[in-house]
Design a protein around this ligand. Structure first.
Ligand code: SAH
Length: 244
């Protein structure tokens, strides 16, 4: 197996944080396990050590940068990673915040089954698995308005992401939408629909990836009012016809 770079200086200069030796070992174990699982199930196309470091580890964790400096003194959060795919951003977050409970949600059963094997092998105990569509999970009483934090990366149009995420959040909970480019049009379109979902935009944080200088934006939402029961709409509708 290939050795992951540690890039301590890059963690430090960008996120003002560095993984401990133990966390670095866990990142390596995660990398090895994901690549092994990837031979059976298509989890990710990002496989070289440098790419995995930047696009999976660094990128997953930059979204939760405000909590990194608090380390284990950060309050315990219930987190849901909607459309986790190969486990991103959820798994790196689970490794760095062992006192957070992370639900990995994805409609593709095969991917979640592979992630379950990965987590068992690594002894990652603070994750749970929701092999269903977000539109279904969000109407189940145990999951509706149950999460302090929702993470969504590469799960489609921003208004679709908002419709998946806001019903799952507690009042005062936050959603972090991991985006690449971000435009004034997208922002206007999102701002227009958020009140219907009980949400509000808090801020947009921009980042540059430390190796290839890629553009990243994190769009932070918060839930200010209860989401009406009709959201999210039936499976498939939020992505086919995003709210306008
Ligand atoms: N977040 C990961 C994967 C992105 S690919 C990453 O950034 O690497 C998008 C994933 O979202 C796919 O695995 C797909 O199965 C899942 N997905 C898309 N729409 C979904 C929905 N409505 N409910 C649950 N999972 C969904």
């Amino acid at each position: 197996m290939d050795v992951l770079p540690s890039y301590s200086d890059r963690w430090q200069s960008t996120l003002h944080w560095q993984p401990s030796d133990r966390q670095q070992q866990n990142f390596q174990l995660l990398y090895d396990a994901i690549l092994t699982a990837n031979q059976q199930v298509n989890l990710t196309r990002i496989t070289t050590p440098e790419d995995f470091w930047e696009k999976h580890l660094w990128d997953s964790l930059q979204g939760v940068a405000p909590w990194l400096s608090e380390g284990s003194s950060a309050s315990a959060l219930k987190v849901v990673d909607v459309g986790t795919g190969g486990g991103f951003p959820g798994l790196p977050v689970a490794l760095v915040f062992p006192h957070w409970a992370i639900a990995l949600l994805d409609a593709t059963r095969k991917k979640l089954a592979a992630l379950e094997t990965v987590c068992e092998g690594l002894g990652i105990a603070n994750v749970s698995f929701l092999p269903q569509r977000a539109e279904q999970v969000a109407h189940q009483p145990t999951h509706r308005e149950a999460y302090n934090l929702a993470l969504l990366r590469a799960v489609g149009p921003v208004n679709t992401c908002a419709e998946y995420a806001l019903p799952l959040l507690t009042l005062g909970g936050q959603a972090i939408l991991y985006r690449g480019q971000w435009s004034a049009e997208e922002e206007a379109g999102l701002t227009a629909i958020l009140p219907r979902l009980g949400g509000k935009m808090v801020e947009v944080r921009s980042q540059t990836t430390p190796i290839t200088q890629g553009v990243r934006h994190n769009v932070i939402l918060t839930k200010t009012e209860r989401t009406p029961d009709k959201f999210p709409r039936l499976p498939g509708i939020p992505s086919k016809t995003p709210l306008v």
